[in-house]
Write a protein that binds this ligand. Structure first.
Ligand SMILES: Cc1cc2nc3c(=O)[nH]c(=O)nc-3n(C[C@H](O)[C@H](O)[C@H](O)COP(=O)(O)OP(=O)(O)OC[C@H]3O[C@@H](n4cnc5c(N)ncnc54)[C@H](O)[C@@H]3O)c2cc1C
Ligand SMILES: *[C@@H]1O[C@H](CO)[C@@H](O)[C@H](O)[C@H]1NC(C)=O
Ligand SMILES: *[C@@H]1O[C@H](CO)[C@@H](O)[C@H](O)[C@H]1NC(C)=O
Ligand SMILES: *[C@@H]1O[C@H](CO)[C@@H](O)[C@H](O)[C@H]1NC(C)=O
Length: 523
């Protein structure tokens, strides 16, 4: 207890310092540019009449009227919020471009009538990234831009449109007999454009890194001005200045619309799925820390807590039954059966030294794939576990891996004390885990909010982050001052103001309004 209060004291001091600094930064911005309205804090969108004209012009300018929808069901289906605390609203209009030229037309109309632009793709992001707001605006649904343009097997890269799903891409390569795949694996229906824009990762990150590694080579982007740029050429590496592609990775649609991407691929290697049980999550994470330092072929290592196993036994995708205890799920990878067996021996030995029991290897690929799908469907399984009418708040903290056992232990105890129903799964090899906190009543939601706050502060005080992979959206905005510091946040805002001076692109997302504002405070 004493620990917690002294560290929150330090946090408070840090936040106060940050707020003073950033208050000053805002002041200087206003003083240096008294002629300019800061569209980030004071958006200047068009009138309802402007919006009407904008919609008319979209209809008359795009190749077909079918590409423009004002059907109320469509507007709401695209504007709903993936974040429990932030109800979404219908967008004003949804458009369905099929090529870069369509997107340029849309952006120019948005600019002319000062309508917000909200890119939308697989719609699996979890922090209210694409929700509709009181500003209204044009939701740009990229799902029609899902073509593979060129495949360069010898270069192990692919040029594609951003609306293609990573699983479809994977399947297409497989069906063409190309032994390569794209290793970023967030939600099964996520798309390349959304993955780039959220800076995603997934279970493969322990082996292949995240969207912030060099998986995205060059991108074609329609900027808020309507200008089209290519961020780079197709070569594997380049030192030609700083990395402009990276500017758009994790920008969450606030700096432009990505309309084409060149992505790197990795060779498909055999793997086998193995599972092992632990007395508690702390022992399991300690085993992970040691396994990783062995340097053996680990493609994935996932932590699944006992509550998640209970949920999976009841609602899992495969219908398989697992022992109810804290588990690690591994994908052991290597070029040959021998190398995988060697890895298995080493991993099993380390796991058992940390209290691991019941080591089990999947019998064959289809059994392994089923077990892995049980892990991938965690979000849906967890929601089903909440029962009828339950809602879930998904968390995403990440810390340096050596701090993970402490973070998980303290969080687990906090959740037990809170009395909430919850499942936990984690990309343990990255120091990243997700709890799905379930609730039904307003009272319970309050408790959830407090638990989330404590978890985020705990992670940041361990030199970690409020979001390992899901991104900021509206749900994590206000943690950025605390996590990154005022200077860094102001630099992000400066970039945003420069590229999108009218503040049209995905307004209200990513950039925190002001330091010290509680994102989960009662509205
Ligand atoms: C079951 C489940 C499991 C998940 N597991 C993981 C996981 O393991 N790892 C992980 O990182 N995430 C995970 N997520 C979150 C989610 O899958 C990722 O955030 C993913 O990258 C979102 O991709 P999307 O295509 O659905 O994007 P969307 O949700 O459609 O959009 C995300 C953001 O990108 C912007 N955007 C979309 N397309 C473009 C474009 N072409 N140009 C510019 N901006 C664009 C949107 O405006 C929005 O801000 C999970 C979600 C679910 C529901
Ligand atoms: C992606 O492709 C690889 C190689 O074909 C395959 O092993 C893997 O199962 C695929 N993953 C998904 C989820 O489709
Ligand atoms: C990448 O660069 C090459 C060379 O300029 C270009 O042909 C290609 O279209 C670019 N790809 C994207 C996605 O911009
Ligand atoms: C894989 O193993 C399981 C369990 O032993 C078995 O039921 C199944 O038939 C096997 N599948 C294949 C494709 O060999």
């Amino acid at each position: 207890m004493a620990r917690t209060s002294s560290s929150s004291g330090r946090l408070l001091a840090a936040v106060l310092t940050a707020s003073t600094l950033s208050g000053l930064a805002g002041f200087f911005y206003a003083r240096e540019r008294p002629d300019v309205v800061d569209t980030l804090t004071n958006p200047q969108f068009g009138s309802p009449k402007d919006y009407e004209r904008g919609i008319e012009e979209l209809r008359s300018t795009l190749p077909s009227e079918d590409m423009v929808s004002t059907n109320p069901d469509d507007l709401l289906a695209h504007g709903w919020s993936s974040h429990v605390w932030h109800p979404g609203l219908p967008h004003t209009v949804v458009v369905y471009p099929t090529c870069t030229e369509d997107v340029v037309k849309i952006v120019k109309i948005a600019k002319k009538y000062r309508m917000p632009v909200i890119p939308y793709s697989g719609a699996t992001s979890l922090e209210g990234h694409f929700l509709g707001s009181e500003y209204g605006g044009i939701c740009v649904d990229m799902s029609g831009m899902d073509k593979i343009i060129e495949t360069h097997e010898a270069d192990s890269d692919v040029v594609c449109q951003p609306g293609i799903g990573w699983m479809d891409l994977n399947e297409t390569l497989k069906s063409k007999g190309i032994p390569l795949f794209f290793p970023l694996d967030p939600a099964p229906s996520a798309t390349i454009g959304g993955m780039l824009s959220t800076g995603c990762s997934g279970t493969n990150a322990v082996r292949y890194g995240t969207a912030k590694a060099e998986w995205f080579l060059n991108a074609t982007v329609v900027l808020p001005s309507g200008e089209v740029i290519k961020t780079r050429r197709r070569s594997r590496k380049s030192s030609a200045g700083f990395d402009v592609t990276k500017l758009f990775i994790g920008a969450e649609g606030t700096l432009g619309i990505v309309t084409e991407v060149t992505i790197r691929l990795a060779p498909v290697l055999p793997y086998r799925v193995a599972t092992v049980q632990f007395p508690d999550v702390k022992h399991a994470t300690e085993a992970v820390v040691e396994v990783l330092n062995k340097g053996v072929g680990i493609q994935c290592v996932e932590l699944l807590d006992r509550d998640f196993m209970t949920a999976t036994n009841q609602f899992g995708a495969s219908g398989r039954q697992y022992p109810v205890s804290d588990h690690l799920f591994f994908k052991l990878q290597g070029p040959s059966t021998n190398s995988i067996s060697e890895t298995a021996k080493i991993v099993k030995e380390v796991a058992e030294r940390h209290g691991g029991k019941g080591w089990r290897m999947a019998k064959n690929d289809s059994e392994g794939a089923e077990m892995w799908m049980d892990r991938k469907m965690a979000h849906y399984t967890g929601m089903a576990y909440g029962g009828a009418g339950a809602k879930g708040w998904s968390t995403d903290v990440c810390v340096p891996i050596s701090k993970l056992p402490q973070l998980i232990q303290e969080t687990h105890e906090d959740i037990i004390r809170s009395g909430l129903k919850c499942t936990m799964v984690g990309h343990a090899g990255d120091g990243n885990f997700h709890t799905l906190l379930l609730f039904k009543t307003e009272e319970e939601l309050k408790v959830v909010r407090e638990v989330v706050h404590r978890m985020v502060h705990r992670a940041i005080s361990l030199d970690g982050t409020c979001t390992g992979e899901h991104g900021v959206g509206v749900g994590k905005k206000e943690h950025l001052y605390e996590e990154l510091g005022a200077g860094t946040v102001e630099l992000m805002k400066t970039i945003k103001r420069t590229i999108d001076p009218l503040g049209l692109f995905n307004p209200g997302k990513l950039y925190p309004d002001a330091p010290g504002k509680d994102p989960h405070a009662e509205p």
